[in-house]
Structure formats: C-alpha cells, structure tokens
Write a protein that binds this ligand. Structure first.
Ligand SMILES: Cc1cc2nc3c(=O)[nH]c(=O)nc-3n(C[C@H](O)[C@H](O)[C@H](O)COP(=O)(O)OP(=O)(O)OC[C@H]3O[C@@H](n4cnc5c(N)ncnc54)[C@H](O)[C@@H]3O)c2cc1C
Length: 479
C-alpha cells in the first residue's frame, strides 16, 4: 500500500510491480503528485518560456535585429498587433517579443495534466491498483482508503509537503500567492514582490524578471540562496541586479496585506515595499497530519517530518516513508530513489542505502546552478581534504560564441589521490553539463581519467576536462 502518488510513491509502485508485488497507490490530488501538478513540472515549464525570453533579449548582441523592418513598415508584416508593438517598443532592447500570459499558463497547466495522465497510464499498465482518495493508517499494516480497510505486508508513506504559510501573509490566490496559485492569474504581475530567496524564490524571481515583470526579491539573508555555493549565488545575484531586479538583502517580511490595487509588504523594522502581487516562497511543511502515523508507531521530528533511515524505514515495522514528507533533500530525484529503495528492501532485493552526497541538483535560474558531491564550504573548512579549481565561463570559446558571460565551472578532487569529489557548474543548461561530474563522483574517477576524456571542441563541457587538467599533478609529485 502506497499513500501518495508523487515521485516518492509512483516510482516505488513501478519497482514493486516489476518485482511481482500486488500494489495499490492511494492519492488524493492526482498522480504525479505536487511534483507533476503544481511544483516541479509547472515551474520548469514556465522557465522554458522565460529562458527563451532571455535568449530573445540577448539576440541583438548576436547580430539579430528584432523590431520593425528598416523604413518603418508594419512590424512583422502585420503579424504583431499595434498594442503589442507599442507595449514592447518602449522597452529598450526588448524588441517585439512579449509574453502571452494566458497562453503560457494554459500551456503550463495542460502539460502538467498530460504528464499526470501519463503517470496514471503507466501505473495502470503495470497492474497497479489506484484509489483516488485520501488515505490514512489504522495501525502499522492497515490502511483506510476508498471506504475500505486494507491489510498490507508493507506500507509506504509518500504524502509530500505543502507550502508553508507565513502568519500575517496568508495567500488569497489573487494578489498574495503561493507558487501553486500563480498559474491561475489572468496576466503577468506587473510588479512582483517575491518573499523568500531560497531555491524556489530565486527560480521564480529569475523567471518573472525575464518574462517582463518588474521583480523585487526580499531576502532575509545577506545574499540570495544562502545555502548554495557562495560563488554561484554571487554570480546569479549579480545577473539579477544587472537585469533590473531589486534585491533587498537582510530584509525579513513581517506581513503582506492587500491594498486597493496591489499589495504592501511590511518588512521587520517597519519599511514597506509596494507591488501589484506578492509571491510567497517561505518553505514547506510536511503533509503528515491526520494520517494516524504516530498512533501506528511512526516517529515524526519536531517539525512533523517522518524520521527514516537510509533504506527508508520508519520506526514502525513494515512502514516505510519517501520524499518530501521525510524532509530529506526535497527533490523529486531523491523522493523517487527513497521510494525505490524502500521497495527493494521490503521485497528482499539487494539494496544500497541512499547516498545523499552523490545527489546532483540544479537551481533553474538564468544562468542555472548545478551541483554534485562535496561543497565548497566542506573543502574550505577542512572537513574534506580536497583541492579545488574554478574556471570562469568567459575563458571558454563556446561560451564566447554563444554570448555567455556569467558563470563558471568548479571542480573538487581529493588531495593526493585526485579522486573527483564534486563540482559546481554555473551556466545556461548547467543541469545537463553536471552529468559528467556526477559520473566521475559516482565511479570514483580521478582528475587524470577525466582529463584524458575527450570533450568536443568547442563546448562548455570542455571547461570540465580543462578543470580536471588544472588539478592534475606531475607523476613525481603524488603522495
Ligand atoms: C516550485 C518547486 C519546484 C521544484 N522543482 C524541482 C526540480 O526542478 N527538480 C526536483 O528534483 N525537485 C523539484 N522540486 C521538489 C519536488 O517537487 C519534490 O521533491 C517532490 O514533489 C517530492 O515528491 P513526493 O512524492 O514526496 O511528494 P509530492 O510530489 O508532493 O506528492 C505527494 C502526493 O501525495 C498526495 N497525498 C497527500 N496526503 C495524502 C493522503 N493522506 N492520502 C493520499 N494521498 C495523499 C498529495 O496530494 C500528492 O499528490 C520542486 C519543488 C517546488 C516547490
């Protein structure tokens, strides 16, 4: 029995079905979970459009003129309305491109729905039974769902998490929003205040700035994305400011209220910021209430997250948990892996405990920040005995050709052995470039092995092999 049909739940269901188990998934809001319907998939679909807008904004530097043809004829041969032209011509360098928000939001929602239907179809094809209901435990091996009391050999809790609500800043779905409500707006916010500069806040701030909103990012810390690689966060914050975003550091929002035609955010200390809309990205709360977990012997931590070990076991025999409800690195890839590991474990397969230090992750700002393995903090503090090299993107020939100026490649290797321990890539499509470093980390490759690997010339990935070369040491110089 699996409670929750997000990646934690459905990936587990697929593995269990493959191994011949009789599997039932109970889900209250739609298969694919919040990941597919409201969080990861919709935000990355929105970002596909905002990234394209950034390309359009940079097109003139690459020799593409966007605007009316010489002689002042009708722009685009009449394909663009006069209103669109007037709206966009005022924005220097932004040419005729503008976002059709209703169409964008409709695309986002349709794509999420289609992805959810794909997940449902796949589960059904594998023989997984689906119950569309809210389920709960009635003891360690008993689930109540769909009006039934179902006995199970193993139960997986994968109920995810919900946006945290800041007291005094309750979303109304119209002007004060969480990220699950933003796709129901009739248009782009003209002045968007994003409260919270973690990963989600930074991604939405970056996206809306590119889409055409005037964005103010309220960050309680000195810099944005305080938990990420400091060099990477500095690059992205610099890009934000250069593109016209207002970034308010060391500013904690105390309250958000509606005004007649917008919102006012009151910061601690009394200062106020006004805008047309406010997007709250202040973290997640586990969806673990009312599930009968503690009554069944499942221990929750002080914030309500389910405590699990590295093979996804909870403190109740036969009850496993996966994904955001565990609070372990809240990523779809981690949720899926926790769910699969739970099933391999309960069905008696050989299983390796989850290795969180090998998780590759990306922040989908523009440029993207992708990371894997050890952090710069661990290296600089001496917790890891490692050497590091950082190559700015401006030294890469392909980056110059593409007009990419902001970003770098950073590689960490164990001192002495040269084994690759991790890396950071800040670049457009860093999410795709990080795989080379992930492979090296997973397979314990050395910088020598990486340096002997062919990279295409010219390519951004050439900076990864170049970084590895910089960390190679002469044969006589090894300890
Ligand atoms: C804006 C945003 C962007 C993100 N982008 C990325 C990204 O790019 N890459 C990435 O890896 N991660 C991303 N994440 C994180 C990712 O979405 C989560 O880690 C992932 O959704 C966790 O999966 P899950 O299965 O634990 O839970 P969910 O996806 O939340 O699914 C849980 C499901 O359980 C259901 N449920 C809850 N209670 C019950 C109940 N009692 N009975 C039955 N069903 C129940 C819910 O309705 C939901 O359908 C993003 C998160 C946010 C907020």
């Amino acid at each position: 029995m699996i409670l929750g049909g997000g990646p934690g739940g459905y990936e587990a269901a697929l593995v269990a079905a493959q191994l011949g188990a009789q599997v039932t998934v109970v889900d209250s809001d739609g298969l694919g979970g919040a990941c597919v319907l409201t969080d990861c998939v919709p935000s990355k679909t929105l970002i596909a459009t905002s990234t394209t807008m950034s390309v359009v904004h940079g097109a003139e530097d690459l020799g593409i003129r966007i605007g009316p043809p010489p002689g002042g004829g009708s722009p685009g041969g009449g394909a663009v309305s006069g209103r669109a032209y007037a709206a966009s011509a005022g924005r220097a360098g932004r040419g005729l491109a503008r976002v059709d928000a209703p169409r964008l939001y409709a695309r986002v929602k349709a794509l999420a729905k289609a992805q959810s239907a794909d997940v449902e179809l796949r589960l059904s094809a594998e023989g997984v039974e689906i119950i569309n209901d809210r389920g709960a435990l009635a003891g360690p091996g008993t689930v109540i769902a769909g009006g039934q009391r179902i006995q199970a050999g193993a139960v997986l809790i994968a109920t995810g998490a919900m946006p945290r609500v800041l007291p005094g800043a309750e979303p109304d779905g119209e002007r004060i929003l969480n990220w699950r409500q933003i796709y129901d707006l009739p248009d782009l916010p003209t002045e968007l205040i994003v409260v919270g500069s973690g990963v989600t806040g930074a991604e939405f701030a970056s996206a809306y700035q590119a889409l055409g909103s005037q964005v103010t990012l309220v960050s309680s810390r000195e810099r944005v994305m305080p938990h990420e690689d400091a060099d990477a966060a500095v690059v992205v914050e610099d890009v934000f400011r250069r593109r016209g975003m207002t970034v308010l550091g060391r500013s904690r929002a105390a309250a958000v209220k509606r005004t007649r035609d917008g919102v006012v955010v009151t910061l601690e200390g009394g200062r106020t910021v006004r805008g047309s809309h406010c997007l709250l990205t202040v973290g997640m709360e586990p969806a673990t209430r009312g599930l009968g977990l503690e009554e069944a012997g499942v221990t929750l931590d002080s914030q309500g997250f389910v405590e699990v070990d590295r093979v996804s076991r909870t403190t109740a025999r036969g009850v496993y948990a996966a994904g955001d409800c565990t609070g372990v690195m809240m990523l779809a890839s981690v949720a899926g892996m926790q769910g699969r590991i739970a099933m391999w474990h309960t069905l008696g397969e050989a299983v390796q405990p989850i290795r969180l230090d090998h998780v590759a992750a990306t922040i989908f700002t523009d440029p993207e920040i992708a990371t894997v393995g050890v952090t710069a903090n661990a290296v600089e503090s001496g917790a890891e005995d490692a050497v590091a090299v950082k190559l700015p993107l401006v030294t890469n020939a392909r980056a110059k050709m593409q007009g990419f100026r902001d970003g770098f490649v950073k590689l960490f290797a164990r001192r002495g052995t040269g084994i690759v321990l991790g890396g950071v890539v800040v670049a457009p499509r860093a999410s795709e470039l990080i795989l080379g470093v992930s492979l090296a980390v997973e397979q314990s490759l050395t910088v020598d092995q990486m340096a002997h690997t062919f990279a295409v010339y010219p390519s951004l990935s050439g900076s990864l092999t170049e970084a590895a070369r910089r960390l190679m040491r002469p044969a006589g110089d090894r300890r």
